[in-house]
Design a protein around this ligand. Structure first.
Ligand SMILES: [Zn+2]
Length: 238
């Protein structure tokens, strides 16, 4: 069936739209341009986040197609690039008992039909031979991050994510996946919840990390929130 669909709708490279052979996840020209080393960025909570890509124009477009135009095929390329970065960076710590992802609220998931972070996390788990378990959930009332004001983003953060059942994470090493890391706030919050509920260690991964991200920026972002200042941060935390 997939093969038949492939004949009618030939797969295209997620990054340049060139036609692909059936077993390819991206064209050779784009693959040759993939960064040689993964991005590794620290989070304020002490973890690091690993990503194969910087969120540049090409990656932004590929993710946007995937998120808003239903091009789920892009998942294969994102997941195999992410799995490669994870093996590269966490090779000594590949003892994750499970892989999970930043959840989407039930309302959003119903509207869109899928959670892109979940699709990538599940496929990454398959590639790495690990188990995917959704251990977090997100309140339905939570607005999309980019629709919120800076102050509300910070204020809502504590109330947005919850653990499904602590016994799922207690004593476990967990790989937490999101699609794009912007300020690191979402990954930090989810990671904290996992650790508060007994997770042994948390490792983070994303398809891409924004260009301007640095620990310093993220630290200022959190500090500003703590002081309840009238911060002037923006969506990218830059
Ligand atoms: Zn290409």
């Amino acid at each position: 069936m997939n093969r038949l669909l492939g004949l009618i709708y030939p797969p295209k490279c997620p990054y340049c739209s060139a036609a692909l052979k059936f077993d390819m996840t991206e064209c050779l020209v784009c693959r040759a341009k993939f960064p040689e080393t993964p991005r590794i960025e620290p989070l304020v909570t002490g973890e690091i986040c690993v990503a194969p890509f910087t969120y540049n124009t090409v990656i932004k477009k590929a993710i946007a197609q995937y998120k808003f135009r239903g091009k789920k095929f892009n998942t294969h390329s994102f997941a195999s690039a992410l799995a490669g970065s994870i093996k590269n960076v966490y090779s000594k710590d590949m003892s994750f008992e499970l892989i999970t992802c930043v959840p989407m609220s039930p309302d959003r998931k119903k509207k869109r039909g899928y959670n892109q972070a979940e699709l990538v996390a599940k496929m990454t788990a398959d590639i790495l031979g690990k188990k995917f378990v959704q251990v977090l959930y997100r309140d339905s009332g939570a607005k999309e991050q980019h629709l919120k004001s800076y102050e509300n983003r910070i204020k809502d953060e504590d109330n947005t994510f919850h653990i499904i059942a602590p016994e799922l994470v207690r004593g476990k090493n967990i790989l937490l996946i999101d699609d794009v890391m912007t300020t690191g706030t979402t990954l930090s919050r989810c990671s904290s919840i996992l650790k508060e509920n007994g997770a042994e260690r948390v490792f983070c991964g994303a398809i891409a990390i924004v260009k301007g991200y640095s620990f310093g920026n993220s630290k200022r972002y959190i500090d500003a929130a703590e002081k309840q200042s009238s911060g002037k941060g923006n969506e990218n935390g830059t």
